[in-house]
Ligand binder design. Structure first.
Ligand code: HEC
Ligand code: HEC
Length: 373
């Protein structure tokens, strides 16, 4: 067995792998992503993905027509907004960092607090959410029914006489299941596949730190580099909430509509994360461990975009996380060279080129005379 692995990885890689204390502690090792899981009630087809792509870019699935999914998940900006806190539906402000949808197909809990359990229900929540799409379900459905090309496509894909808005979320989810990492473009995955030169020496040393001294593997593990659990690692509050009234209003409003106590509402200066879902005091400030794939293209980082570079992230962990963290982080005592190695490894988990996409041509709404035919 050992000899077999040596043949695949080369002896340096093998000794690196075997030297990993945390692996011995049984965290699932980082691995190449398999194809994403597909739910039995929403099978993939080319036509469905094509329809989902159009709908992802189509403002008809939002309140005033100006906020398609792609407004806040821009391919050129790592399928996010590129800013610390996402902008919101016109006249509003969002309160969190826009997550990338790259590889979102692999999570079984979506959003920073894990409040959605499928891409299908997530899409519905995003299009209807007051500070995101702010769309009304029946209004959005009617808009689709006025578009002859959509009427034909929904009939073809879902077999219904008229487009149903629930099927729009199915199609968008199918499209999102195609926005995933291509392992042949990721140095780390090529290295795992046996190309020992695919990662630099710095990245290989960084991998040892990741799996060993720096302890990252205990939460960022498995093929996605996420255990999909929730921790409070003490990310500092975003300044925006202290200086901009609109941010402050959104934060209070979110707290209010997610149902916090009067006291917490009045204080209203923190995103409580998982607590909003469970209402357990211990869960305050906990957020889902994000994947570490494609970080080169998805800065800034954390639920509020508080850290702007991977060097900042490594410094943050080196200091033992932020104030008040309850995740058991310890100061790491990394030297400057080690920090640079760790950053090099994090970069090696991204594709060498960002995944880009052009906006598709959107179909026209029927004219009155066409509609009355
Ligand atoms: C106004 C900006 C905005 C719009 C419009 C928007 N999103 Fe998002 N999206 C965000 C933000 C911000 C988050 C993180 C929110 C949170 O955790 O509460 C997010 C999170 C997500 C996630 C979760 C990713 C993960 O890792 O858990 C997915 C998937 C997603 N959006 C898809 C969509 C789809 C599909 C649409 C269109 C139906 C859409 N978004 C519309 C801003 C937006
Ligand atoms: C105790 C679990 C835990 C450990 C250990 C851990 N992380 Fe994290 N990591 C998290 C959580 C949870 C978040 C999200 C926190 C938030 O947004 O408030 C996160 C966020 C990140 C992000 C931001 C990703 C993004 O898309 O925004 C990076 C990068 C990161 N961690 C790298 C590391 C590195 C490098 C190490 C090792 C030095 C490490 N983590 C150790 C749990 C952990």
């Amino acid at each position: 067995m050992t000899r077999h692995i040596t043949r695949i990885l080369g002896s340096t890689a093998l000794s690196a792998l075997l030297a990993l204390p945390a692996l011995a502690d049984s965290a699932p090792p980082l691995a190449t992503l398999p194809p994403p899981p597909v739910p039995a009630d929403n099978p993939m087809s080319e036509e469905k993905v094509e329809l989902g792509e159009k709908l992802f870019w189509d403002g008809r699935l939002s309140g005033n027509g100006s906020m398609p999914c792609s407004a806040c998940h821009l391919p050129d900006l790592g399928w996010g907004t590129g800013g610390a806190i996402s902008f919101g539906y016109p006249g509003t402000q969002h309160w969190r960092n826009s997550q990338t949808i790259l590889n979102s197909a692999y999570y079984d809990k979506l959003f920073w607090e894990g409040s959605a359990t499928s891409l299908e229900s997530q899409a519905k929540g995003a299009a209807g959410g007051a500070v995101a799409g702010n769309g009304d379900g029946s209004m959005m459905e009617m808009r689709l029914r006025f578009v002859p090309e959509y009427v034909a496509a929904f009939k073809d894909v879902f077999g219904t006489e008229w487009p149903q808005v629930a099927h729009a979320w199915d199609a968008i989810a199918a499209y999102e299941r195609t926005i995933v990492t291509d392992a042949t473009k990721v140095p780390f995955d090529r290295y795992l596949a046996g190309d020992t030169d695919a990662m630099s020496d710095a990245a290989k040393r960084g991998m040892e730190l990741f799996n060993g001294k720096a302890g990252c593997i205990s939460c960022h593990n498995g093929a996605l580099a996420s255990d999909q659990k929730f921790y409070d690692i003490g990310v500092p509050a975003a300044e925006e909430f202290e200086v901009d009234p609109l941010y402050q209003i959104t934060l209070r409003w979110e707290l209010y509509q997610k149902g916090v106590t009067e006291e917490l509402y009045r204080k209203g200066d923190d995103d409580l994360g998982l607590y909003h879902v469970t209402k357990r005091p211990d869960d305050k400030g906990k957020f889902r461990t994000p994947s570490l794939r494609e970080l080169r293209w998805t800065e800034p980082y954390m639920h509020n975009g508080a850290l702007w570079s991977l060097a900042d992230v490594v410094d943050f962990y080196d200091a033992g996380g932020g104030e008040g963290q309850t995740a058991g982080l310890q100061p790491l005592g990394l030297g400057d060279g080690e920090k640079a190695d760790l950053v090099a490894f994090l970069e090696a988990l991204s594709m060498e080129e960002p995944m880009l996409a052009e906006a598709p041509d959107l179909p026209e709404t029927a004219t009155w005379s066409e509609f009355l035919k």
